[in-house]
Design a protein around this ligand. Structure first.
Ligand SMILES: CCCCCCCC/C=C\CCCCCCCC(=O)SCCNC(=O)CCNC(=O)[C@H](O)C(C)(C)COP(=O)(O)OP(=O)(O)OC[C@H]1O[C@@H](n2cnc3c(N)ncnc32)[C@H](O)[C@@H]1OP(=O)(O)O
Length: 193
């Protein structure tokens, strides 16, 4: 299959500032730990996505998703919703680790360009494209079986910065101590947009 094209829409969709990476953001070559042991994307969860991420040069975060039989939709092929989940994780990891601003997914769009067979590994490259106040725009490409393999998916996400109470009020009161990766303390986050 040749390189796939889809209609281009402006991205980011609003005027943005260049992302300001946190001074203590992990540097190139850093292998990122899971952010929460029970996370379906990166945690130690049965039949989870078991994604692993590494910081690259130039504000790119590389993630790998090994696609197994547990992730099927059609026989032998990855389920589209789980592929979107992998991009949510990869984009969220880029936002969370590079900016250190607590944020949640507001919108996620995914272009499915090629089927992703069971047994392949999806190599995802994610970057933060721009910031407009609390709105953080990020995008990613997913390559089949190697970092420069054919592009199977592209995704764009809007992440919205939230206060840390988003997690403790709506989720688990102990959320901050359950995030297994630093930063865990309020003073470690860049919480001013
Ligand atoms: C997950 C935890 C991470 C912790 C960090 C740990 C460190 C490790 C680092 C990294 C790893 C992270 C990896 C995680 C990966 C997975 C992430 C997820 O799956 S997150 C779960 C799914 N998402 C939700 O559950 C959100 C549910 N929605 C909400 O809570 C609210 O709707 C929220 C916060 C998104 C916005 O609500 P409002 O009341 O605060 O603000 P309003 O005014 O509605 O929106 C703010 C701006 O955003 C725009 N906006 C919001 N949603 C939009 C949309 N769908 N489309 C377009 N614009 C939208 C609005 O128009 C507004 O823009 P204008 O300021 O007026 O210009």
């Amino acid at each position: 299959m040749s390189e796939k094209r889809r209609p281009a829409t402006p991205w980011p969709p609003v005027e943005t500032e260049a992302p300001r990476f946190h001074p203590e953001a992990p540097g190139p070559g850093t292998e990122l730990a899971m952010h929460y042991a029970e996370c379906f994307g990166c945690g130690d969860v049965d039949n989870g996505l078991h994604m692993r991420s590494t910081v690259g040069d130039g504000g790119v975060v590389y993630s790998k998703f090994p696609v197994t039989r547990a992730h099927q939709g059609a026989p032998g092929l990855a389920h589209g919703g789980l592929l979107a989940c992998a991009f949510d994780e990869a984009l969220g990891s880029a936002v969370g680790n590079l900016l250190r601003r607590p944020a949640v997914t507001g919108k996620l769009e995914t272009d499915f360009l090629r089927p992703v067979p069971v047994g392949t590994t999806l190599f995802i490259a994610a970057r933060v494209d721009g910031v407009a106040g609390r709105k953080i725009y990020a995008s990613a490409d997913g390559h089949l079986d190697s970092a420069d393999g054919p592009v199977a998916l592209r995704a764009r996400g809007l992440f919205v910065q939230v206060g840390l109470e988003h997690f403790t009020n709506h989720g688990d009161p102990d959320a901050l101590s359950k995030f297994t990766q630093q930063p865990r303390r309020r003073e470690d986050w860049d919480i001013n947009p």
